[in-house]
Design a protein around this ligand. Structure first.
Ligand SMILES: [Zn+2]
Length: 408
């Protein structure tokens, strides 16, 4: 990772944005014109989502870690395409909502004749025999959606776009263990918002999939025993194979080799405590981010920790940092950072809303740990030391226990 470099890049971008104000104004006018054109119903065409982990984006922004994700979506979802760039389609999610989807994740449908309104059906919420409560929303079509977490109290919010509520009721079964309350409201003419209150303060994750035209929100329950040895732990060694990551300024060690050492050291430390864990890679192999996500989704861990090492163009920049995207997953990233600082590491911060690939899944709690800066000679010396690596593993274990105590 190269956060400092990225901040610098964003600043440069900001300055260029100011200098390009006139260009922006003309672009804005162009976009306004295209939106107006698009308001004529026949000007667009329809497509369905497809491919490996398609996602919706808020904009076509080209940050180093990809466009700003609204979230992953299922396949077969209906989209009205209203505009396009070389690689992106702009989609009209609802009358006043737009999103962007990479063209490669769409299949154009020829001669599609949409209904004038798509009505919602009943909502049923039931607990399963496994670790989920499932909310089943009957719809007339695979409509686009967005979900997010809120905290204090713990809530999952879901918006279904292009949906018109009917006189629908919500049936809640006594088998529900994590879902406390569900209600919905039509917040806009064609946006249905569902609110799900959780019983516990900690979010343990959720997944959204379509079964036919029924949208299923699978809410993961808090594990019965909040004990480290009862949990499924996944450990990710960042980069690998052809993706070397950053490089040590003195030793020239590749980030991919160092992250694997940290991942294995943590696995060993857990093993000594009789705790099994899963490693996303155990050798120097190239592993795409999406493949890591798909494997992890199938594995269904209680939480994931991903090891990376930072780098900056300025060699005095140093410190440990932890990252999350979804606010409900923040607590673990806070306890890990706190324990890292006990190793006399400087603080580089606890970073939220981060667009890193393994922070994107909502299915399980996840934390990215940037141990320190490989571009800083002193930190590099510390980080390559096997004794320090063992200390980091111990601090991570302590941090997980701190977090579990908070969850109780
Ligand atoms: Zn990295």
């Amino acid at each position: 990772m190269n956060t400092a470099k990225n901040i610098l890049k964003q600043r440069i971008k900001l300055y260029s944005s100011v200098s390009c104000l006139l260009t922006s104004i003309s672009l804005f006018l162009l976009l306004t014109i295209s939106t107006d054109t698009y308001a004529q119903k026949d000007s667009g065409f329809y497509a369905r989502s497809c491919g490996k982990l398609p996602s919706l984006a808020y904009s076509m922004g080209d940050d180093r870690l990809g466009s700003p994700k609204m979230g992953y979506i299922d396949s077969g979802i209906l989209f009205r395409i209203v505009d396009s760039s070389d690689t992106w389609y702009k989609v009209q999610l609802a009358k006043h909502r737009v999103g962007f989807i990479d063209k490669k994740y769409t299949n154009r449908i020829a001669g599609f004749n949409p209904k004038s309104n798509y009505y919602t059906g009943t909502i049923t919420a039931k607990g399963t025999d496994t670790c989920y409560d499932i909310i089943n929303i009957a719809l007339e079509e695979r409509l686009p959606y967005k979900a997010w977490m809120e905290t204090n109290p713990a809530i999952i919010k879901l918006e279904v776009y292009g949906a018109h509520t009917n006189t629908n009721w919500i049936t809640q079964f006594t088998t529900l263990k994590e879902v406390k309350d569900i209600y919905y409201t039509q917040t806009e003419e064609d946006v249905m918002q569902v609110t799900i209150h959780l019983k516990h303060q900690q979010h343990w994750g959720y997944s959204l999939i379509y079964q036919g035209n029924h949208l299923l929100l699978k809410v993961k329950r808090q594990p019965k025993a909040l004990l480290l040895n009862k949990l499924n732990i996944a450990i990710d060694a960042g980069h690998g194979g052809t993706n070397g990551g950053a490089e040590g300024v003195k030793t020239h060690i590749a980030e991919k080799d160092l992250t694997l050492q940290y991942a294995k050291t943590l696995q060993q430390a857990l093993k000594k405590l009789g705790i099994k864990s899963y490693l996303t890679r155990t050798t120097d192999t190239t592993l795409e981010m999406k493949d890591r996500i798909i494997t992890l989704q199938q594995l269904n861990p209680d939480f994931l920790i991903s090891f990376h090492c930072n780098s900056s163009a300025i060699d005095t920049v140093s410190g440990s940092s932890t990252y999350y995207k979804h606010i409900g997953f923040r607590p673990l990233t806070q306890t890990i950072l706190k324990r890292m600082l006990e190793l006399k590491m400087k603080e580089y911060g606890n970073v939220g809303n981060f667009n890193f690939g393994l922070n994107a899944p909502t299915d399980f709690v996840n934390c990215l740990l940037e141990i320190g800066f490989l571009s800083n000679p002193e930190e590099e010396k510390k980080m390559v030391n096997p004794l320090f690596q063992k200390k980091v593993a111990q601090q991570v274990i302590k941090a997980i226990n701190d977090w579990l105590l908070q969850c109780k």
